[in-house]
Design a protein around this ligand. Sequence first.
Ligand code: ZN
Ligand code: FE
Length: 255
Amino acid sequence: MPLEIVTIPCLSDNYAFLAHDRASGETALVDVPEAGPILAELDARGWSLTHILITHHHWDHIGGLDEVLSRHKAQVIGAKADAERLPPLDLTVSEADTVTVGGENGTVIDVSGHTVGHIAFHFPKSKVVFTADSLMALGCGRVFEGTMPMMWQSLQKLAALPEDTIVCSGHEYTAANAKFALSVDPGNAALVSRAEVITQARSAGKPTGPSTLAEELATNPFLRAGAEDLKSALGMAGAPDTDVFAEVRTRKDNF
Ligand code: ZN
Ligand code: FE
């Protein structure tokens, strides 16, 4: 049985996620933007947290931690490389380490770039990856602490996961990301039709995610920085992938 994934909208545009193992009853929370909606969801489902997985140190991913911990005695797990900036951790993890929820092992992926020490959690049996502010639906996080090559390398690790992997990212930025993506990749038919679906979802007040990695590979301009047709559209035919990624990221920063 795959983990049951629940998306919880928090703050103005954040997402937290629950990953619940029905057999054991264990439940992991990925990121804690604020306590209220998370505690309400757990109460409504009658679930108790056993694990809290933290992706990175930004306040909008950890701000509700103390309040959630006051109600749920869960093991707090975060990056060893960033332990000094994170709240107190019960378990520190690094690239390729394993996190076990119920019967399922998740793998830690270092996806530094947005911050140095940002990690993602991949659960291969359930075909889900929690990417927070690294890979996002039609986008990626702003490169605040790392370098452009570092972020590109992190995205390449995620791009190498199986294409049917479900991508759970940390923010509802998809509509704005779609506008930008169309500005750099207007000839991409898959992107044009995805942008229409996104507009419909948002006007119905629904989350645009999670998406699949296959969708991201076809439509996300940051993952497509290695694609020759996108390079040509940007006037960068034959340029190294890293340079194209840096160009796309810089254009988004100024969009
Ligand atoms: Zn962040
Ligand atoms: Fe964030």
